[in-house]
Design a binder for this molecule. Structure first.
Ligand SMILES: Cc1cc2nc3c(=O)[nH]c(=O)nc-3n(C[C@H](O)[C@H](O)[C@H](O)COP(=O)(O)O)c2cc1C
Length: 409
C-alpha cells in the first residue's frame, strides 16, 4: 500500500556525495506528487549542488547552517524535526550513516535526524569498498535494527568509473519507499507471531559445544518486520549479540532442548503464526562433562543423540487457521529435501536456503531463497537483504492468513 503524497510533509536530507545531483530529481518528483518538501543539506552536500537548486525546486529555504538565523520558529532544527512526517536522506554518505548510528549531532541534518520521531529512509551511495567496509555495514545493520529503512544501493556504474554495489537507489524507487513510510503496513495487527532465531549450543563440557554459524539476523529481521506490521511478537533466540528489535518480546535460550521448551510454552499460550528461522542442532552429545576435559593427546570419540524435533512437534499440534513456516538450509538437492521436510512436518510454507550459494545463508547480510508451499507452488526470489526477505515472507504469511501485505499494493 503506497500513500498519496499530496500535502504530506517530507524532509529531504542531502549529504556530500556525487549522487547529490540525483537528489534534485527526487525533490522534483516529490513536489510533483504534491508533497511539501523541506531540504536540509550538509556543508559537504552544498559543495556538490547549491542550495539554490533545491530552493527553486521546492519553493522553501534550504537549511544548511545549524547556527544561522532561526527563521522557522524558535529553533529551526527542532521545528523541522517535529514538522516532518517522513524523512529521506538521499544520498546518505558513509559519514552520515556512521554519525546517525553513533548518535552524533554536529550539523543541521544530523541534529534533525536525532530529534525526529518520523520514520527515516536512508539511501546509501558510495564507492563499493566504502559500502562494503565492515564499519559501514555494521552501522547499517544497527540502524535497520532500530527501525530505520535502508534503500539498498544497486550494482552498476559508479562515479569513479568502477562497477560494483554502492549506486544510489533510483529516485522513482525512493519515491515509492517514501510512500510506504507514510502508509505503514499494519497487515499483521493483533496477530500473535512466534519467531525463532539464531543457533543453539550443545555443550560437551563447560568450555566446548557443538553449534553452527547462524547469526540470527534473518529471524531477527522477521521479528522486527512483524512487530512493525502490528503483530505481537515473541522471539525465542539462541546465543547472539543482536539487539532486541523494537516492540518485540524476547526469550533467550542456549540449547535445542531449551528452545523446544520455550517454543512449546509459547505455543500452549496461543499463537497464530510460527516462523522457525533458528538453526537448531539436530544432535547433542550423549553426556555433558561437569568439568573441562583435559587435553590428553588421545582421540576423543563423541557419541551424539538426537534432539527433539521442534518443527515436527509443532506440526502435530497445529490447529486449523494457524500458519507454520520453516526454513531448510541445504547443500544439495535442495528442492527435494525442502519439500520432504514441508510434508513431514506439516508446514504451510518452507524457505529453502542453499547455503552453498554465494551471498546466501549463514552469516551473510543477504539471502537467496526459494519459497515452497504445501499446495505445490514455488517462488524463486532474487538475492536480497535479509530485511527485504523478511518483508516478502511476511507478505506471504499475511496472504496465508487471508490478510493483504504491502506487496499486494
Ligand atoms: C568528489 C567527491 C565525491 C565523494 N563521494 C562520496 C560518496 O559518493 N559517498 C560518500 O559516502 N562520500 C563521498 N565523498 C566523501 C564525503 O564528501 C565526505 O566523507 C564528507 O565528509 C561527507 O560529509 P557529510 O556526510 O556531512 O555530507 C566524496 C568526496 C569527494 C571529494
Amino acid at each position: 500500500m503506497t500513500a498519496d503524497l499530496a500535502g504530506r510533509r517530507i524532509l529531504l536530507g542531502v549529504t556530500g556525495g556525487i549522487a547529490a545531483y540525483k537528489a534534485a530529481h527526487l525533490a522534483s518528483r516529490l513536489v510533483q506528487a504534491g508533497a511539501q518538501v523541506q531540504v536540509v543539506m550538509t556543508e559537504a552536500a552544498a559543495r556538490f549542488v547549491t542550495p539554490l537548486t533545491f530552493e527553486a525546486l521546492t519553493g522553501r529555504r534550504v537549511l544548511t547552517d545549524l547556527f544561522g538565523p532561526q527563521e522557522l520558529g524558535h529553533v529551526d532544527h527542532v521545528e523541522l524535526a517535529h514538522w516532518a512526517e517522513a524523512v529521506v536522506v538521499a544520498p546518505a554518505t558513509a559519514n552520515v550513516i556512521g554519525k546517525l548510528a553513533a548518535g552524533i549531532a554536529d550539523d543541521a541534518l544530523t541534529t534533525v535526524l536525532l530529534g525526529t520521531a518520523a520514520p527515516i529512509l536512508l539511501a546509501p551511495a558510495m564507492e563499493s569498498r566504502m559500502y562494503l567496509n565492515p564499519a559501514v555495514q555494521a552501522n547499517l545493520r544497527t540502524l535497520a535494527s532500530r527501525g530505520v529503512r535502508i534503500a539498498e544501493p544497486g550494482e552498476g556504474h559508479l562515479a569513479s568509473g568502477r562497477r560494483g554495489p554502492g549506486r544510489m537507489a533510483e529516485p522513482d524507487a525512493l519515491l515509492a519507499l517514501v510512500g510506504e513510510l507514510l502508509a505503514p503496513d499494519r497487515s499483521l495487527e493483533g496477530v500473535r507471531v512466534l519467531v525463532t532465531a539464531g543457533p543453539t549450543r550443545e555443550h560437551i563440557d563447560p568450555v566446548r559445544f557443538l553449534s553452527n554459524p547462524s547469526t540470527g539476523r534473518q529471524g531477527f529481521a522477521v521479528a522486527a518486520e512483524a512487530a512493525r506490521r502490528g503483530a505481537q511478537v515473541l522471539l525465542v533466540a539462541g546465543p547472539t549479540d543482536l539487539p532486541t528489535p523494537p516492540g518485540v518480546e524476547r526469550v533467550d535460550v542456549e540449547s535445542a532442548r531449551e528452545m523446544y521448551q520455550a517454543v512449546m510454552d509459547a505455543f500452549e499460550r496461543g499463537v497464530d503464526v510460527v516462523i522457525k528461522a533458528a538453526a537448531v542442532s539436530d544432535y547433542r552429545p550423549r553426556t555433558r562433562l561437569e568439568q573441562k576435559r583435559k587435553k590428553t593427546g588421545a582421540a576423543w570419540v563423541l557419541e551424539l543423540e538426537p534432539n527433539p524435533d521442534i518443527l515436527a512437534a509443532l506440526g502435530r499440534r497445529r490447529r486449523d487457521g494457524q500458519v507454520l513456516v520453516g526454513f531448510a538450509a541445504e547443500t544439495d538437492e535442495g528442492h527435494a529435501h525442502a519439500r520432504a521436510k514441508l510434508e513431514a512436518k506439516n508446514l504451510d510454507l518452507i524457505v529453502l536456503n542453499d547455503v552453498g550459494e554465494p551471498g546466501a545463508g549463514f552469516a551473510a547480510a543477504t539471502n537467496r531463497v526459494d519459497l515452497l508451499w504445501r499446495d505445490g507452488r514455488t517462488r524463486s526470489l532474487p538475492l536480497m537483504s535479509k530485511e527485504d526477505l523478511a518483508r516478502v515472507l511476511l507478505d506471504e504469511v499475511a496472504r496465508l492468513l487471508g490478510r493483504a501485505g504491502s506487496g499486494d499494493a
